[in-house]
Ligand binder design. Sequence first.
Ligand code: KG4
Ligand code: ZN
Length: 369
Amino acid sequence: MPPLTLLGIEASCDETAAAVVRTAGADGPGEVLANAVFGQEDLHAAFGGVVPEIAARAHAERLDLVTERALAEAGLPLSAMDAIAVTAGPGLIGGVLAGVMFAKGLAKATGLPLVGVNHLEGHALTPRLTDGLAYPYLLLLVSGGHCQLVEVAGLGDYRRLGGTIDDAPGEAFDKVAKMLGLGFPGGPEVERHAASGDPARFAFPRPLLDREGCDLSFSGLKTALRRARDELSEAQGGLTRQDVADLCASFQAAAGEALAEKTRRACALFRSRHPEKNHPGAGRLAAAGGVAANRELRARLEQAAAGEGFTLTAPPLKLCTDNGAMIAWAGLERFAAFGASETVSARPRWPLDEDATPMLGSGKRGAKA
Ligand code: KG4
Ligand code: ZN
C-alpha cells in the first residue's frame, strides 16, 4: 500500500478538532502529523454540561480555523491529502451537521475523496493508530457520552458485550461534581478531591454487580450520593472539606469497582469467543475515552485485566479524548479498504454494533448509541 495522508475533522460533541495522520500501512501504527483541538469548556462551564445549541454555533465558527491550524502544524497543503475524513455521527446533531457540511465543501472545492466516519469507530480504532494493536481486541470506551465494552473483531466488525443502561460514567462524574459544587468538567475535580478522602465512609451501591452480564448503570449511584449529601447537610448545616473528599472517594470507588468487574467479565467472554487468545498474556484490552484518564480506574482495570490474562493498552490522553486524529485514522482504514464513502449523511444515533439491542439513555452529551 502506498503511504496515505488524511485530514480528519471532528465536531460531534464539544471539541472542534482537525488532525493530519499519515501511515505506511493500514494496520498501524500511524504518525500524527498534527492534532489541533479547540475546546469549548469555557462556553459550557456555567451550565455544568454541554449545551447543544452553543456547541453547534461554536463548531460552525471554528471549523475553518482549526483545520487551518492542523494543516499549518503538519506543514502540508490540502493538496497533499489523499482524502478527508469527517465524523458523521453519532453525537449532537448540530455539531455533526456543521462538520459534515464543512468537509463536503472542502472535498467539493479540492476534488478530494470524502469518508464519513462513525465517532465511536474513531475511539475503537485508536489503539491501532497509537500501538498498531492487531484485531481482535477488547475495548472499554468510557467518556462523558459513551460507555461500552466492545469486541473489535475487525474493521467494521464490532460486537457490543455490554454498556450503560442509563448515564455514561463521565456524565455521572460531572453530575457528582456539580452536586458538590466542584468545577466542570467534573471527572478531574472528583479525582483530585477523592485523593484525600475515605473510600469506605459511604457504602454506595455497586450497580448491577448482582446481575449477570456486562451491563452497567450509574444513575442509582448518583442518587445515593445526592441522598448522602442531603442527609449530611441537614444534620450539620453544610458539608466540610473532608465530607466532600469522602463523598468523592466513595463514589469513585463504587464506580471503579463496577467498571472493573464488568470489564473482567467481558475479558472472560472475549477469551471464550477467541480461543486462539486463550493463553496467558495474549488478550488485549484497550481503554479509551476521557474517564480512562482516571488513575484509580486505570489501576483497577489493569488488575482486573491481568487476572484474566489481558494486558491493558491506554492511548495517550490527548488521543483518548475527542480529537481529529482518531477520525483521520478510522477514515484512513476505511479509505484503504473501501475507498471514498458513496454518501455522507449526519446521523444522531449510529451504534457500532448494529445488531445489538438499543441501549437506554441519551444524556446531555448526545445519544449513547
Ligand atoms: O472523551 P471525553 O473528552 O469527551 C466525551 O465525553 O466524548 O470525556 C470527557 C469526560 C468528562 O465527563 C470528564 O468529566 C471525564 O471524561 N473525565 C474524567 C477524568 N478526566 C476526564 N472522569 C474521571 N476521572 C478523570 N480523571
Ligand atoms: Zn467521544
